[in-house]
Ligand binder design. Structure first.
Ligand SMILES: Cc1cc2nc3c(=O)[nH]c(=O)nc-3n(C[C@H](O)[C@H](O)[C@H](O)COP(=O)(O)OP(=O)(O)OC[C@H]3O[C@@H](n4cnc5c(N)ncnc54)[C@H](O)[C@@H]3O)c2cc1C
Ligand code: FES
Length: 273
């Protein structure tokens, strides 16, 4: 883990605002590229960084998945939250400004050596860590199929930013692109060939996947990345505890990636997500 000062190479809004009936509105989603060779050299897909914010934004650093790595740069893909402090502040950072961050943190995803076909399930901004995973899968000569879900077409991660050779299937809740419905509705069509499943999205999506566990996802190793609210990111504050079959774990150090089966889903409060 490194503490670094990284300069902003670019910070562009790539998706528009979106109202959410059951949560905070998103005031655009941004792609930020940061020059930080120390973190880029160590990062694994599924790991995250903590970005320090100035005092007026609050003392807690904010966690963001490492979205992609290119040479000495890392990318972050983040939603700007209505009423939030950290993400609006981040969205205003300009090219050549410097940010303080530390990472890479957490365990990251692991691709089994025998796996050849990976199924990636992304709900909304949850696509963030899965793009880095897709990059690695292609490098390791695995095939990667990305199931991408969003509320509407305008909220879909842009196709032209996907790593080459990644297969794509889309679901939108309003039906304006791809299958009408949730991204988990696409799983039956694609699960057959998958050796391993990786997911990142809202807790409700994981609960759907947990319900598929005894049926479609049976015999399919499935890893999910949990975005718990975090304080320190380093196993000190106990702010990110999660109950698992193997006891209470800290999402920042034991996770954020867990086996779907290990989490005690009935004990997780999804109201805040
Ligand atoms: C491991 C991990 C990876 C993440 N990766 C991404 C990503 O790639 N892209 C992205 O858009 N978001 C990601 N998030 C969520 C992101 O950290 C929050 O949206 C962000 O911290 C909100 O900050 P804010 O100051 O704007 O909101 P505020 O409401 O002002 O935040 C107040 C506090 O609550 C915490 N918080 C609020 N919402 C969340 C949340 N959903 N998850 C975790 N902490 C929260 C903040 O860290 C902060 O400490 C990730 C979260 C975790 C735990
Ligand atoms: S965020 Fe502090 S222990 Fe995990």
């Amino acid at each position: 883990m490194k503490q670094v000062k990284a300069y902003v190479v670019s910070n562009n809004r790539i998706l528009p605002d979106m109202a959410r009936p059951n949560g905070r509105a998103i005031l655009g989603s941004h792609l930020m590229r940061l020059h930080c060779p120390e973190i880029a050299a160590e990062a694994k897909p599924g790991q995250f960084v903590m970005v320090r914010c100035p005092d007026e934004v609050g003392i807690l650093p904010r966690p963001f998945s490492i979205h992609r790595v290119r040479n000495e740069d890392i990318g972050l893909f983040y939603a700007v939250l209505e009423g939030g402090k950290g993400t609006p502040w981040l969205s205003r950072r300009q090219q050549h400004e410097t940010l303080e961050l530390f990472g890479p943190l957490g365990n990251g995803f692991s691709i089994n050596s025998a796996s050849k076909n990976l199924l990636l399930v992304a709900g909304g901004v949850g696509v963030a860590p899965l793009i880095f995973l897709a990059q690695q899968a292609v490098r390791e000569r695995c095939s990667a199929t990305l199931l991408l879900g969003a509320a509407a077409t305008s909220q879909l991660y842009p196709r032209n930013l996907l790593p080459p050779k990644v297969k794509l299937a889309i679901a939108t809740e309003e039906g304006s692109s791809g299958r009408k419905g949730r991204v988990t509705d696409l799983i039956p069509e694609f699960i057959g060939e998958a050796d391993q499943v990786f997911a990142c999205g809202p807790m409700a999506m994981y609960k759907d996947m947990h319900r598929l566990r005894n049926d479609l996802l049976k015999d399919k190793p499935t890893q999910v990345s949990l975005e718990m609210v975090m304080g320190c990111g380093r196993g000190i504050c106990y702010g990110c505890t999660v109950k698992t079959k193997n006891g209470v774990k800290e999402a920042c150090t034991d996770g954020p990636v867990f086996e779907l089966d290990d989490i005690l889903w009935d004990e997780i409060d999804t109201s805040g997500y």
